[in-house]
Write a protein that binds this ligand. Structure first.
Ligand SMILES: [Zn+2]
Length: 95
């Protein structure tokens, strides 16, 4: 019974030490920490993040941005078409 209690205490202590180690690690890493300006994902120095202007942006968001930029012309054309169409409809309705 006494042995069991002691080992339980040791386990708790071990967990506490591990927790402290983790805290220290996190604190140490916080200095290199960046938060993605777009998705708020937390990244560290070694995580793929790029500084754009004053903001950090993660690789995932940059990929999405590239996709948007790649299709920007097409998108602009679509928006333009939609505008023209709704203008025509408005004109047709005499608005
Ligand atoms: Zn992101």
């Amino acid at each position: 019974m006494a042995d069991e209690e002691r080992s339980r205490k040791e386990l708790t202590l071990e967990a506490l030490v591990e927790g402290k180690k983790m805290e220290a690690y996190v604190e140490h890493r916080t200095r290199d920490m960046h938060v993605c300006a777009l998705c708020e994902k937390v990244g560290y120095k070694k995580c793929p993040m790029k500084c754009v202007g004053k903001r950090w942006i993660c690789l995932d968001c940059l990929r999405q941005l590239r996709e948007v930029l790649d299709t920007l012309e097409q998108w602009e054309a679509e928006v333009q078409l939609e505008r023209e169409m709704s203008k025509k409809i408005d004109d047709g309705l005499g608005l």
